[in-house]
Design a protein around this ligand. Structure first.
Ligand code: PLP
Length: 407
């Protein structure tokens, strides 16, 4: 157990962890899907609804200015957190999915028939389907990087996929199924050596590490607040300013214009050009408190604690007869996907729930990866800052009771 990391103190900040499920204390191991939210974030949302609810960027009145200030405070907080050069490079979206759709639609506007996009077999559907939607109008090819037996990307194949037609490489920083941490800086350098821009799906990385977009050198980086202990309905698109400036708006409406007439409309400057309509300004404002929580706890402390839980739980899991773990890369986040013998993942998850253990089951929005692994789905347990070794033990005990029932 890590010295100086007071998990009980952290748990007190998350009242939901006191819940009972199936008459037992909840063990929440579905953090990859969404993490829980500390009181500081919930209190902030309450406070904002009770005291400063007014639409942003529109009013001269006090409430509107306060609401605007808080939203813009979060933008600067995110800018600092990921080390973007300018606040203009931070676009608020509804989440990772919307951020990728924005890039696909707006940056993808320039793609032509015959252009190629490099993806990987471990992508979440959010980084597959938006590119396929482009194929309705343009004959664009998707070229896919495979994995090895440990669940690491085949970098040689990645290098070989670049052609003069490649217009984008888009890949996940951390796999939501395998936990693999991809060498995103190296992959970005390889793409740039071919003059190809890079989008990184940081949905699973942002809860576990601090992405430095300048150090990585990527052109786009996207993530969701709700996986980072923050509110739902808020996400971030980081984009390099020159690229964002060269892209057409994604949606039209209020907030994103300078002047509108029926003959001609001019668009607002960055970042507002990409933020049509009323944003979730209360969620955005409260997201700053989630970043505060991560910073106070220490992102490195969180990562180390989760790594210890990962190694501890993996070792215990391997004692269960018939267990198969998918994803064994040495550089791996605290996500464990597995199956036990022929037991259906859904049955395992259902029975675990009866014992108070919340895990994910199914294809995890990564059906091409499931096909590659040759399974319809897996059970997935994933850890966050507030999980404990005692919870890991109780999860394993529950699994040891469940396994024989299904074999
Ligand atoms: N990308 C990855 C790797 C994910 O794990 C997820 C969600 O699980 C997403 C994208 C989609 O995120 P959101 O649903 O917040 O848009």
């Amino acid at each position: 157990m890590m010295a100086g990391f007071d998990v009980e103190k952290i748990r007190k900040k998350f009242p939901i962890l006191l819940r009972q499920v199936g008459g037992k204390g909840l063990i929440y191991l579905d953090n990859t899907a969404t993490s829980q939210t500390p009181v500081s974030v919930v209190d902030e949302i309450d406070y904002l609804y009770e005291n400063t609810k007014a639409n942003v960027h529109r009013g001269v009145h006090t409430l509107s200015q306060e609401a605007t200030d808080r939203q813009e405070h979060t933008r600067r907080r995110v800018q600092g957190w990921i080390n973007a050069r300018s606040f203009e490079e931070i676009i608020f979206t509804r989440g990772t999915t919307e951020a990728i759709n924005l890039v696909a639609s707006s940056f993808g506007d320039r793609f032509k028939d015959g252009d190629e996009i490099i993806l990987t077999v471990m992508e979440h559907h959010a980084n597959i389907v938006p590119w396929q939607l482009l194929q309705r109008h343009k004959n664009i090819k998707l070229r896919v990087v495979d994995i090895n037996d440990r669940g690491e990307l085949d970098l040689e194949q990645y290098r070989s996929l670049f052609t003069p037609h490649t217009v984008l490489a888009s890949f996940t920083h951390i796999s939501n199924v395998l936990g693999t941490v991809n060498p995103v800086k190296e992959m970005t350098e390889i793409a740039h050596s071919h003059g190809v821009p890079v989008l990184i799906d940081g949905a699973q990385a942002s809860p576990h590490l601090r992405p430095d977009v300048q150090d990585i050198g990527c052109d786009f980086y996207v993530f969701s607040s709700h996986k980072m202990y923050g509110p739902t309905g808020v996400g971030v698109l980081y984009g390099r300013k020159e690229l964002l400036e060269s892209m057409p708006p994604y949606q039209g409406g209020g907030e994103m214009i300078k002047h509108v007439s029926f003959e001609h409309t001019t668009f607002a400057d960055l970042p507002f050009k990409f933020e049509a309509g009323t944003p979730d300004f209360i969620g955005i404002a409260a997201f700053a408190k989630a970043i505060d929580f991560i910073e106070e706890t220490g992102i490195d402390n969180i990562r180390l604690h989760e790594e210890e839980l990962l190694h501890y739980t993996t070792e215990k899991l391997l004692e269960i007869p018939g267990i198969k773990i998918y994803g064994t890369a040495p550089d791996k986040a605290a996500v464990i996907s597995f199956n036990i013998g022929e037991a259906h993942n859904y049955d395992v998850g259902f029975l675990l729930d009866k014992m108070g253990v919340a895990v994910r089951t199914g294809h995890h929005c990564a059906q091409p990866l499931m096909e590659r692994l040759g399974v319809p789905g897996t059970v997935r347990a994933s850890f966050a800052a507030y999980n404990t070794f005692d919870e890991a033990d109780r999860f394993i005990e529950a699994l040891k009771r469940v396994a024989p029932m299904l074999m």
